[in-house]
Design a protein around this ligand. Structure first.
Ligand code: LLP
Length: 420
């Protein structure tokens, strides 16, 4: 088992944990807790690992905005020249507000509304990943009403098993995503006849937290077979999008690096001239962020000891939702014998835990860092139990940027009113 911390820019110093040049204790002091803390250097390194793996190939990395859609994070990727994979009009608004290039946006998702289509066409996005025949018709109609042509790819379901958690596996025949492999050819033939549709590419995404490149390589073979068949019918695609899904280390997983993950895929692209596109989310942000929280109470129990912290399932839903493991470390461990704790939040549900059976040398009031929380942390947070959402800060060397202020009770009541 590897013992290094999964967040690459997190270090143990005399003042406890530091992220880049900043002590986590200082961040807690200045901005309070719970606070999501991200490292710009780690975000940049994760993005550059893809760029390096892709080398000189014509390729675009479209960051999957759903993993973390905060403007501060999006602006880091926009400045690095990334594209963006969005799944709603709201995410498009975020990308544009963060300075992203609309032409590098791809729009995925099974339920795009007419309004979302209009908004995306108006903005001039790069491609719609169409997920059904009905969506194709609707998009053609909407584009016609605007006198435009909508660039499309079909999201094709390659029906391979990604060997991941069933909730985040998306490329099986039984999933709601994409169009069936067996129907794809006919759909392309149909799309070629529609005056307001412009065929641009093909897309697939088989699941998330993938630790083995083999299922994706299998999917790529199937997709390339389809691309060649289309070419033989005169339908030439300009890009092939192989989705996201590369996993990260939360505990002792040993995910491939982008280079290792892309190697079998790039081999299959030797000599081809289509642009390649990827939609990574978790692998770009997951290990660039942590959730900083303080212990409110230690509560020894008959069977278990509880460390009750000021973060909860509303801040980080993954443990409660998927039984996901996140490493939890003391920001400044004490010279005490360790005690085994259930690390729990204040929410009135037994499912409100952040970690089971964690050995910690801590006291009341101490700070904890919940690691690998950069992806699907803030974006899946809620106001359950009328809890204001956490603040978010981005560390850049010795500088700390507040990229989202902590919500106040005023924010929470905004837009609501009691009966007159
Ligand atoms: N592209 C599409 C079409 C997707 O549906 C997703 C994720 C991605 C790209 C990005 O996948 P990634 O590189 O992050 O694996 N909430 C869950 C994960 C849900 C993933 C949904 N789709 C979690 O916390 O694990």
């Amino acid at each position: 088992m590897t013992t290094a911390l999964p967040v690459p820019t997190l270090n143990v110093g005399p003042a406890g944990l530091t992220l880049e040049g900043v002590a986590l204790a200082d961040i807690a002091e200045r901005f309070g807790t719970p606070t999501y803390v991200y490292s710009r250097a780690a975000l940049t390194a994760a993005y550059e690992a893809y760029q390096q793996a892709l080398g000189q190939r014509k390729a675009l990395v479209c960051y999957a905005v759903k993993a973390n859609s905060s403007l501060g994070i999006l602006s880091v990727f926009a400045r690095l020249g990334a594209g963006f994979d969005i799944v709603s009009g709201g995410e498009l608004a975020r990308v544009l507000a963060a300075g992203g290039d609309a032409g590098k946006v791809i729009f995925s998702g099974v339920g795009k509304t007419r309004d979302e289509m209009r908004y995306a066409l108006e903005a001039g996005i790069g491609c719609f990943n169409v997920e059904s025949a009905a969506e194709l018709d609707r998009l053609n109609e909407v584009a016609a009403s605007m006198g435009k042509r909508a660039p499309i790819a079909f999201r094709v379901n390659p029906d391979v098993n990604p060997n991941t958690h069933p909730y985040i596996s998306t490329g099986l025949r039984s999933n709601k995503f994409g169009v069936a492999f067996t129907e794809a050819l006919d759909l392309y033939r149909k799309a070629a006849t529609l005056p307001h549709i412009e065929i641009s590419g093909i897309d697939c995404h088989i699941g998330s937290q993938l630790l083995d490149p083999a299922p994706m390589a299998e999917a790529t073979d199937k997709i390339l077979g389809l691309v060649d068949k289309l070419a033989s019918e005169g339908v030439k695609l300009d890009h092939i999008d192989l989705g996201g899904g590369l996993g990260i280390r939360y505990r002792d997983e040993e995910p491939p690096t982008p280079t290792e993950y892309l190697k079998p895929l790039l081999e299959r692209f030797a000599g081809r001239d289509e642009a390649l596109c990827f939609e990574p989310g978790r692998s770009l942000v997951g290990n660039a962020g942590l959730l900083l929280t303080r212990i409110e109470y230690l509560k020894p129990g008959v069977e278990k000891n509880f460390a009750i912290i000021d973060a909860a399932m509303n801040d980080l839903a993954r443990p409660a939702l998927y039984d996901a493991y996140h490493e939890i470390v003391a920001v400044a461990p004490r010279k005490l014998p360790t005690t085994r704790y259930e690390v729990v939040g204040p929410i009135c549900e037994s499912g409100d835990f952040l970690g089971h059976d964690r050995d910690l040398a801590v006291d009341t009031g101490d700070l904890l860092a919940i690691l690998s929380a950069g992806a699907y942390g803030m974006t899946m947070s809620s106001n359950y139990n009328t809890r204001p959402r956490a603040a978010e800060v981005l560390v850049d060397g010795d500088t700390v940027h507040v990229i989202r202020e902590r919500e106040t009770l005023e924010h929470l009541l905004m837009g609501e009113r009691p009966l007159p």
